[in-house]
Design a protein around this ligand. Structure first.
Ligand code: SAH
Length: 218
């Protein structure tokens, strides 16, 4: 539970180092991304019962039938975004906020949307989040994006999108990057680059996210 204080012990730090080395062998080459993963105590984001598995390269259940993504998927999406300090990043699907924290470690300003009210509220009690700067959370529908905060340098979608939402392209700067899993059960991870006249897209891997759903959930 998020309201209980947690410790980041030498054991946790050691397991995290091993996870980082595993991510390296799986093809994550950006040292800044590996360093960010090394800094965020992933066990803080899991239920106590799952804490000892926190540094395995696996997805886990969180509240409201949702999941915290695979560390590899988090690292891959982060690497694709080529994050620079002070960039504005729109995230769809706050979930456990783990991905948001990894992005925040790179010095970016995160604007993260969650459609499940239960998850959104639960995060208000998460002490670790309050120690980080640069994460703004919103309860809303990611298909709409956040027009009043646009344009964004980068967009990251962490739920399986049925198609590329046009409003998210509109809210991206020209030259900006969006990473988004598109499809049903098995998704294609796509890297989108916005151009002056439209966008280019490239498939960069596979993914298995929970679905991106329309509207807000109470
Ligand atoms: N980035 C998260 C991944 C969570 S799983 C993490 O690091 O833990 C995907 C999340 O996307 C779920 O919490 C789900 O409720 C949310 N989601 C699905 N469709 C959405 C939408 N249209 N807008 C905002 N969030 C959405």
């Amino acid at each position: 539970m998020h309201h209980l204080p947690k410790e980041d012990t030498y054991l946790h730090k050691g397991l995290r180092k091993k996870l980082v080395e595993e991510l390296r062998t799986l093809g994550i080459t950006d040292e800044k991304v590996l360093d960010a993963v090394n800094k965020v105590p992933r066990h803080y984001f899991l239920d106590s019962a799952l804490e000892r598995y926190a540094y395995e390269n696996r997805a886990f259940p969180i509240a409201a039938g949702q999941t915290i993504s695979h560390p590899f998927t988090v690292a891959l999406q982060t690497q694709i975004l080529e994050v620079k300090p002070y960039e504005k990043i729109l995230e769809v699907g706050t979930g456990s906020a783990y991905q948001a924290c990894v992005l925040a470690m790179l010095g970016a300003k995160i604007f993260s949307i969650e459609r499940q009210q239960e998850l959104f509220k639960q995060m208000n009690q998460f002490e670790y989040l309050k120690t980080l700067n640069g994460i703004k959370r919103f309860y809303g529908d990611g298909f709409e994006g956040l027009p009043s905060y646009a344009p964004f340098d980068k967009v990251i979608v962490t739920a399986a999108a049925p198609y590329i939402p046009e409003k998210l392209i509109q809210q991206l700067k020209v030259g900006g990057i969006m990473v988004i899993p598109v499809g049903d059960e098995e998704q294609q991870m796509k890297k989108i680059v916005k151009t002056a006249t439209g966008y280019t897209e490239e498939v960069v891997g596979k993914a298995y996210f929970v679905p991106m759903l329309t509207g807000k959930q109470r």
